[in-house]
Design a protein around this ligand. Sequence first.
Ligand SMILES: Nc1ncnc2c1ncn2[C@@H]1O[C@H](COP(=O)(O)OP(=O)(O)OP(=O)(O)O)[C@@H](O)[C@H]1O
Length: 500
Amino acid sequence: MSIPGLGQIAPQPATSNKRIILLKPLWEYRFSVPRNSPGVGVRLLTGTADRDGTELALSRTYTFQRTRSKISTYQGCTLEISGGPVDDYVKDYADPSDSPACQFVNLHIAFQELREAAAARQSGRTAAQGPRVMVCGPRGSGKTTLARTLVALAARVGGQPLMANVDPDEGLLALPGTVSAAVYGTMMDIEEPAGGFGIGSTPSSGPNAVPVKLPIVYYFGRERVEDDVPHWKDVVSKLASSARAKLKEDEAVRAAGMFLDTPPVDLENGGVDILAHAASEFAGENLSIQLTVLLWVEANSLSLANFILVLGSDQLVSELQRHFAGQKTSLGEPIMVVPLDKSDGVVQRDEQFMRFTREATIKEYFFGDSKRTLSPSTQSVSFDDVAIFKAPDGMHDLGLIAVGSKANTQAESEAYEGQPVLEPAEISAEMSHWTLAIMNASVNDPPETIRQAPVIGFIAIADVDEDRRRLKVLSPVSGRLGNKPLVWGRWPEPYINLLG
Ligand SMILES: Nc1ncnc2c1ncn2[C@@H]1O[C@H](COP(=O)(O)OP(=O)(O)OP(=O)(O)O)[C@@H](O)[C@H]1O
């Protein structure tokens, strides 16, 4: 039997198979660490290198586990690689300007110049607004990597940008099934599989080598936006309103701007509408439409305009161009959609890998990782001492809330009109191994208030004893759950017995 928390001694890559690799400017060391590997060690010997925009320190060995990523260099470097097993290779470019990293860094330079130009123009007492950038593209086009890189590069030059994620499939500083946002003003933990953007970089009861980030999180509880578009729109609106408030009240965040990571969308099924909703909600009160970002237009010439960055999809570019054609911001600026090349290094992650990653994330939330062991509290609670809610049965099954659903009939729609969005869940063995969100609301609040409340944490149901009417619950901290409503969604899916 494995004992939770043990068996997580920091892995030491074997020292016998060390090799040195040389990267010229804008080359990449691309690696994929299999899940059963103790990890690959990467040490920067000379030059400069970074993982998704965050620099590696010289002479320190970084150990990467269950990670598919790359180490890039702008000036060239030598790296010492140790340990493994790892699937890896060096991606070279005869002409460095062919590297996707080149367009990414040019974007960063352009954003930085915009920040400085806006600050110089600002005559009042309040800080100027930095760029607001939305990154979109098909599945596996490198959206998250680009958004993280632009955030990390902004933080590296002293900025405190806000990053928001509205893709529920993977969480930003939270479990999957959520939408969230956080300010990134301190260094990232690049050894974390998500590169400092995962659950390991949030506050916990254990020690942290790198400053933690404080996210604001809303619970969607479904895998894909299309599973419940109205609810997704609601939580995105709540998140956007929190993000706008942060930009308004915090001058440093406002000056650095905001980066928005979006879900892959189905163009045949309301995809443009989904992206347009995210764009307009995050745009802020002063813009009549969408978002303001800056593009590097020609050599050394900056043009303030309104752009949406699209990675690797001509079809999405033309759909978005059509959608925004003729629309202008309140400042009279046109909306332009900017196509960017997708890197050929972006890894297509299969369902098995994604499932393994989600399970590892849930385990890490409760038990920590190799660098920080956490001790979750195990509580036995009566069915009568918890308030668990779920969406009414049938709503999702009938497709009543899926965008563009052809299955809806008028009668079906009417049957659910006026019904509460959440109802008390009947506690049963079916709940075992599910992760539930703890909402920052009162159990007596109306269902709509509970559903749209921020998330304060998660619990896992370890066991349900129907005869004794008791639940065994795993919680990151001790304390009574009774006065906070719990919501049981459909994502992330149940995990193996965490106490097994
Ligand atoms: N140049 C590269 N070399 C190696 N790995 C890369 C590179 N770019 C991205 N990756 C990896 O590819 C995977 C997918 O990238 P990413 O998450 O950015 O894509 P995405 O478009 O956001 O995916 P999704 O549509 O599933 O949300 C990640 O594991 C990322 O670290």
